[in-house]
Design a protein around this ligand. Structure first.
Ligand SMILES: Nc1nc2c(ncn2[C@@H]2O[C@@H]3COP(=O)(O)O[C@H]4[C@@H](O)[C@H](n5cnc6c(=O)[nH]c(N)nc65)O[C@@H]4COP(=O)(O)O[C@H]3[C@H]2O)c(=O)[nH]1
Length: 939
């Protein structure tokens, strides 16, 4: 029996493990295919056993006393719990068999005595197995199963004694369990012989509440074995866990906030229902996804950083905002990330709890806004207080009856009343009296209708002065629309009024002389014309130009020029009645409007008065200047009926006065218009004339009448005008002086005359002294003497053969400057002659102060001698005066022998005139020179 048992045992195992298909059947439970079965493998060989080594090591560890093992080789299956249990049991049984096999011989020998011991050991081992094992005898065809063996573990699991079980049917002992399918499985295994793993079941009947896993197989004997493991604790834990999870889920799902957890890889483990509620995303769509797959790039960047912080063990709080997306409005969120730790404290994830704080934030922002508005209001109020006190405008607050409640500092500054003096009173206190009743009526009516009035008003200060102010009055009403206050704000606009006046004055007056300007003059002229037309009156327009003003301005500078203009304006003003208009219409041009003239004499008197007023010199610090006016006069209505006509004709008359020798007046005559036109033409073409060398020189010999020899030659300029023909100097020299062209023209004359004279000399023609005319304008040039000397030096002309003829006009400009130039020239050896002596301003006192060598008696005196007594007397006086001053004399314009004889008789030797020769062009002059026969030769 023992051997048999042993063999049986051995067989049992061999059947399972070594004899195919039984062994294969058994092994298939836990390996894919059985390649070999190797019994008696030693412990040392185990590590080479591949996938089974772990299992074998378990067996080895559990059954240390065994030194050999059975080894099944093949591929390990993916075992479930039951199969695992079976493998464990199988290997434990295998270990037992190993021992039995190893001791087979011994067993055989000692079978009889050891059988019992072996059985006992088997029994012990059977009972010591950790799994419950029940062996059943099959009743009939499987109608029932009778317990044959029931180990200790089975007793513990089934909470029943083996003795109460053995021999009894399973249906009887465990009717509940039996009905739950155990019997069917036992039946199937007993019928098919196929082992079956029984899914774990929850037995709650038969006084039990347990979870077991069964593995059922058939023994070769036909008995059926059920190996079962009590997994109740594990199941209960699982259940509890599952319950906890469900609880947790319902808790987090009920929370009105977003709750989610992620693992250390940022993968969502859980997300609550709030996600679905708010965003329509069910938790299932979040769970299992990475944070960066669920959140936008921007959000996930920020939040992964926060999660990282939490993964470092920090509780991280945050506030953020979610942009509007997918039809969901933007939100403000506030939340926290908290690390999740396992039982060992290791961080395994992070839980996020996030609140939607949009409303709070918005409310807070509303509150902030309200707070800041309140602050603003307070600021405004304090500002209003500051403005009230510090503004430059006067402010007055009155009640509905216009009784003053308050005034500001500016009010008292402007009006001179203190606050106490006006509070309780009405603004009538400072009425100026300048406005009539209607003015105030319209003000109150505008306030009543529009609630505002603003305008200019004159008021009276406490000191009695009246001043203009710009006043704005507003009405203030309460919520019901009832008028409660008047607020008046006003500014003293005295200075604005003054500025306006000043602006008006500037617009209509010349700033230099403060006389009316052209604009105002024209307006007054038009007005006067209208008036004269209505009343059949005449009026006169005087156009005044200061002779050679331009030269004074150029040589003395603008400040002297300006002073001269101011002084000239003032002299004009004092020459007329106060209701006549004196205007400066530009540069050195003035106009005078004289209304209601009865006869021409009136105008003549005015013109002469003006001329006389200019006789006195003008003194400006070190400068003493003379200036003369030329006056042109036009009369309404005969010389024009419009301001333009009268102006134009007075202007033309002024030029006529200038041409007549300046310092005079002329009435307009129609022909003057064409003269004036000619003059304009002349002026414009003169500039080109110089460039085109249209000017030519004539030479008139000066004769020593005693000998008939040539004493010298006067150089006289002509202009060969392309259109107007040959023009004499009186036609263009005044214009050249006005335009300043006399400077280049004079230099050209000087240079040409001297270089020609030098050439003649070199050619053997001796013409004596060369006389060149110098304009007074030239002499007013500061460097005139230097320029003349430079030309003399440049040409190499001996100054003692050079004479400069200056006119009396010289005295009109700055006398001292001219005198200085002449002195310098005289020192250099140049002779100075006064031309046209006796016609102008010459006076003995000037003659004494000037470096003069010669006087030239003007042609006008010579002309009528000896017939005209006056001229005879003048000529005599000049000749004798020259003698007493030790000056030489030349007579001009000698045309007759009578004149010559008279002059010779009076002691005047030198003369020029048609009697001897006319002014001649160069070639003619040279011819004359060659053929001239002096008297001495005749005699
Ligand atoms: N009826 C009459 N006339 C005679 C007689 N003999 C000479 N004349 C004229 O008398 C003028 C003499 O010149 P002026 O007194 O210096 O007077 C000159 C002079 O003041 C000025 N002038 C002439 N040439 C120049 C010049 O080159 N430069 C400057 N600045 N002025 C000049 O023009 C004035 C007039 O010059 P012109 O027309 O050339 O007139 C010349 C001459 O032609 C005569 O017997 N009978």
């Amino acid at each position: 029996m023992s051997e048999k048992n042993c063999a049986h045992d051995l067989l049992l195992l061999l059947t399972h493990l070594s004899s195919l298909p039984d062994a294969d059947q058994m092994a298939r439970l836990f390996i894919e295919g059985v390649n070999s079965l190797d019994l008696g493998v030693t412990l040392e060989a185990l590590p080479a056993l591949g996938p089974f080594s772990d299992k074998c090591i378990e067996v080895r560890t559990a059954h240390k006393r065994y030194s050999q093992f059975a080894v099944i080789s093949g591929d390990l299956k993916d075992l479930d719990k039951t199969q695992h249990a079976a493998l464990n049991n199988g290997l434990q049984l295998l270990a037992l068999l190993l021992e039995a096999t190893a001791n087979r011989d011994l067993l055989e020998k000692k079978s009889a005595e050891n059988l019992e011991e072996s059985e006992g050991r088997y029994e012990a081992l059977f009972n010591n197995m950790s799994d419950g094992v029940a062996v059943y005898d099959v009743v009939g065809n499987g109608e029932d199963f009778i317990f044959k063996s029931f180990n200790w573990a089975a007793e513990q699991i089934g909470k029943i004694n083996r003795k109460d079980v053995i021999g009894r049917s399973v249906k009887e002992i465990f009717p509940g369990i039996a009905s739950m399918g155990l019997v069917e499985v036992l039946q199937r295994v007993s019928r098919t012989g196929e082992p079956e793993s029984f899914p774990y079941s929850h037995y709650q009947d038969d006084g039990l509440d347990l979870w077991v896993e069964n593995y059922v197989y058939q023994l070769p004997t036909g008995e059926v074995v059920a190996v079962f493991d009590d997994i109740t604790p594990r199941k209960k834990t699982e259940q509890a866990l599952s319950d906890n999870r469900a609880l947790l889920r319902s808790v987090i799902d009920a929370a009105p906030m977003w709750i989610a957890a992620c693992d250390t890889e940022y993968r969502y483990l859980v997300a609550n229902q709030f996600y679905e509620k708010t965003f329509g995303i069910p938790p299932s769509e979040i769970e299992g996804k990475l944070i960066q797959e669920v959140l936008s790039a921007d959000l996930s960047k920020r939040h992964l950083a926060l999660v990282d912080q939490a993964l470092q063990g920090e509780n991280v709080g945050f506030e953020d905002s979610l942009p509007a997306m997918g039809g969901h409005p933007a939100r403000h969120i506030s939340g926290s990330y908290t690390p999740i730790r396992d039982v060992n404290g290791k961080i395994v994830g992070v839980v996020a709890a996030v609140n939607d704080v949009t409303e709070q934030v918005e409310t807070r922002s509303d509150l902030d806004k309200a707070h800041s508005e309140l602050k603003q209001q307070l600021k405004k109020l304090s500002l209003a207080g500051t403005v009230f006190d510090s503004t430059a405008e006067g402010i007055l607050i009155a009640d509905e009856n216009a009784n003053i409640l308050d005034v500001n500092r500016a009010f008292t500054d402007i009006l001179g009343y203190s606050r106490e003096e006006v509070v309780g009173k009405t603004p009538t206190l400072w009425k100026s009296g300048r406005h009539d009743k209607a003015f105030y009526q319209s003000m109150w009516s505008s306030l009543g209708q529009a609630g505002i009035w603003s305008g200019e008003i004159w008021n009276r200060r406490k000191d009695g002065t009246i001043f203009p102010e710009w006043l704005t009055i507003n009405t203030v009403k309460d919520k019901a629309g009832k008028l409660i206050n008047y607020v008046a704000v006003f500014a003293d606009i005295t200075h604005i009024k003054q500025s306006e006046k000043q602006l008006d004055f500037l617009a209509h007056h010349d700033p230099l002389t403060e006389l009316p300007n052209r604009l105002l003059f024209n307006a007054r002229l038009q007005h006067a014309i209208n008036h004269a037309a209505r009343n059949n009156e005449q009026l006169a327009l005087l156009f005044i130009d200061l002779d050679r003003f331009k030269n004074i301005n150029d040589s003395h500078g603008h400040s002297v020029g300006d002073a001269l203009l101011r002084a000239a304006g003032s002299r004009l003003l004092h020459s007329v009645r106060s209701d006549d208009t004196v205007a400066r219409i530009g540069g050195d041009e003035f106009t005078i409007l004289v209304e209601d003239i009865d006869e021409t004499n009136t105008v003549i008197r005015i013109a002469e008065k003006i001329l006389r007023s200019f006789e006195a010199e003008f003194e400006f610090s070190e400068h003493q200047l003379y200036i003369t006016p030329s006056i042109g006069i036009s009369i309404y209505p005969q010389d024009g009926t419009t301001p333009e006509e009268l102006m134009r004709n007075a202007d033309a008359a002024m030029y006529s006065a200038k041409d007549a020798g300046r310092c005079g007046y002329a009435f307009y005559r129609e022909e003057l218009t064409s003269v004036a036109f000619e003059r304009v033409l002349l002026e414009s073409s003169m500039r080109h004339g110089l460039d085109r060398q249209e000017f030519v020189l004539n030479y008139q010999p000066q004769i020593d009448m005693r000998t008939g020899k040539i004493h010298g030659v006067e150089v006289l300029v002509r202009w060969e005008h392309p259109d107007m023909g040959l023009l004499g100097p009186m036609k263009f020299i005044p214009a050249a002086e006005e335009l300043g062209l006399i400077i280049p023209l004079g230099e050209w004359i000087l240079r040409t005359a001297l270089s020609r004279a030098k050439a003649w000399c070199e050619q053997g023609h001796h013409c004596g002294v060369i006389s060149v005319n110098a304009s007074a304008v030239e002499l007013q040039q500061r460097n005139y003497a230097d320029r003349v000397i430079a030309v003399l030096d440049e040409i190499g002309f001996d100054p003692k053969f050079f004479e400069l003829e200056v006119t009396e006009g010289l005295f009109l400009g700055e006398f001292e400057l001219a005198a200085k130039s002449l002195r310098r020239l005289q020192d250099y050896g140049v002779a100075i002659a006064i031309d046209d002596f006796g016609t102008g301003y010459s006076s003995l006192s000037y003659l004494k102060r000037l470096p003069i060598d010669r006087l030239k008696i003007d042609r006008s005196f010579v002309q009528d001698i000896p017939g005209d007594e006056n001229d005879v007397a003048i000529t005599r006086a000049v000749i004798s005066m020259a003698a007493s001053l030790q000056l030489k004399v030349t007579a001009e314009g000698v045309e007759t022998e009578v004149q010559r004889d008279f002059l010779l008789g009076e002691g005047c030797d030198i003369a020029q005139g048609y009697l001897f020769a006319r002014p001649m062009p160069e070639q003619e002059f040279l011819f004359w020179l060659e053929n001239h026969t002096p008297l001495a030769d005749n005699s």
